[in-house]
Design a protein around this ligand. Structure first.
Ligand code: PMP
Length: 431
């Protein structure tokens, strides 16, 4: 591959940006080699500065469920650009996106828009603390909720590559009130919440984890979590920044029939623009300023360009599109896992509909300890580079999730299946 332009642009980027990136995982440190500089995207394809095409399974970290430059979203944005870009006032566009969310997500009757998933989780926690007037928070090992200080303990995603599984620069005071527990461990959850019931404001969880690769929860664990948090008036926060509107319009909570008190959204609801949101029942949302005493604000919150891109995305996705995408992904994953078993290759895909991740073990995993036990960074690096050379762009880190969009074709998925099979057979699979 001739990467002359990409190399030159990346060298230039390194002069002015830390390691040439604005978010750590983009640096390819987890997979080796230099990041490609991307220039353009169209449907499922991403094109680098030298003009190479890649079928994109990173999809802006799960934000682009309709692929790149979807015509309906483009038209919506163009229409808004003619009217102006940012007003800092109420607009009809934000009401429409909020209406869509409220109509489809049963636990949400009021929404607040922010600019990132980090902000959504951070603000939901502040609201939970203000509402309960308690301080402690409970999270789960390997879950990532953005880079908010109080949550950067044993977090997944890029944080998992740091030595202490946490960040420098975070004071003890910030994490003193944070309890982190193993995912799917019901006894540990019950014991901790019973012991700390007067102090715990909220439990925050990815209802399907995607930041330690995909980990699907045990239903009994989720049901106990809902029951015990209700019993002790602890706010249950579902972080659906990654899962929200990915597999159905009702989100994971509808599919599982477990309703949280607050939900965080991001990624997909912004139609490819920066966004976050959180919402819940009126009773708790009323604690937010200006009606209540929990302060949270934003210059660009509810930006009309973002709102219209988000609304066009969700409106396009209705019904049949989810069914088709989920079925395509189920077929792909079943085929791959059957292949690994049949050929006795210690590789497994953990999946939740169009969210998938690869494990270097014979079976799926249920918590962060098992995730780390099955992890093989060097092997993932080789797989990543092989796929890249085959024109397939995966997330450049093992513990990230890869995504399929609603515009990926059967042909593109077949090409990925073929590349994966070739690699694990010729390069030794989970050696
Ligand atoms: N929560 C979850 C579940 C996420 O996956 C992410 C980002 N990957 C975040 C929060 C943070 O979102 P953002 O990067 O938009 O701040």
């Amino acid at each position: 591959m001739d990467l002359t332009r990409s190399r030159r642009l990346y060298a230039e980027a390194r002069r002015f940006l830390v390691e040439g990136v604005n978010s750590p995982v983009r640096s390819f440190k987890a997979v080796g080699g230099e990041p490609l500089v991307m220039k353009r995207g169209r449907r499922a394809k991403l094109f680098d500065a030298d003009g190479h095409a890649f079928t994109d399974y990173c999809l802006s970290w799960g934000a682009l469920i309709l692929g790149h430059a979807h015509p309906r979203i483009m038209a919506e944005i163009k229409a808004q650009l003619k009217e102006g870009t940012s007003f800092g006032t109420t607009t009809a566009a934000e009401t429409e996106l909020a209406r869509f969310i409220v109509k489809n997500v049963p636990s949400v009757s009021k929404v607040r828009f922010v600019n990132s998933g980090t902000e959504a989780a951070m603000s939901a926690i502040r609201l939970a603390r203000g509402y309960t007037r308690r301080n402690k928070i409970v999270k789960f090992d390997g879950c990532y909720h953005g880079h908010f200080d109080d949550l950067l303990v044993k977090a997944g995603s890029g944080v998992s590559s740091l030595k202490a599984s946490s960040s420098l620069g975070i004071t003890k005071n910030h994490i003193r009130e944070t309890i982190t527990l193993p995912y799917n461990d019901t006894p540990a959850l019950v014991e901790t919440l019973e012991k700390n019931r007067r102090d715990v404001s909220c439990v925050i969880i990815e209802p399907v984890a995607g930041n330690m690769g995909v980990v699907v929860p045990d239903m009994e664990f989720l049901k106990v979590l809902r029951k015990i948090t209700k019993k002790y008036r602890i706010v249950l926060i579902f972080d659906e920044v990654m899962t929200g509107f990915r597999a159905s319009a009702g989100c994971v909570q509808s599919e599982f029939g477990v309703e949280p008190d607050l939900t965080c959204f991001g990624k997909i609801i912004g139609g490819g623009f920066p966004i976050g949101a959180y919402g819940g029942e009126g009773g708790i949302m009323r604690y937010l300023a200006p009606s209540g005493g929990v302060y949270q604000a934003g210059t660009f919150a509810g930006n009309p360009v973002v709102m219209r891109a988000g609304w066009a995305t969700l409106d396009t996705l209705k019904g049949g599109m989810y069914r088709k995408l989920n079925a395509l992904c189920a077929r792909f994953a079943e085929d791959m896992n059957a292949f690994f078993v049949k050929n006795d290759i210690p590789v497994h895909l953990d999946t939740f509909h169009s969210m998938m991740s690869v494990r270097f073990s014979r079976a799926g995993v249920t918590n962060y300890r098992e995730v780390l036990a099955s992890s093989d960074r060097a092997q993932y690096g080789r797989l990543f580079q092989f796929l890249l050379n085959s024109g397939i762009y995966w997330p450049p880190a093992e513990l990230e999730t890869f995504f399929v969009s609603a515009v990926h074709t059967v042909k593109e998925l077949d090409a990925m299946a073929k590349a994966l099979k070739t690699h694990v057979q010729t390069k030794g699979g989970g050696e």
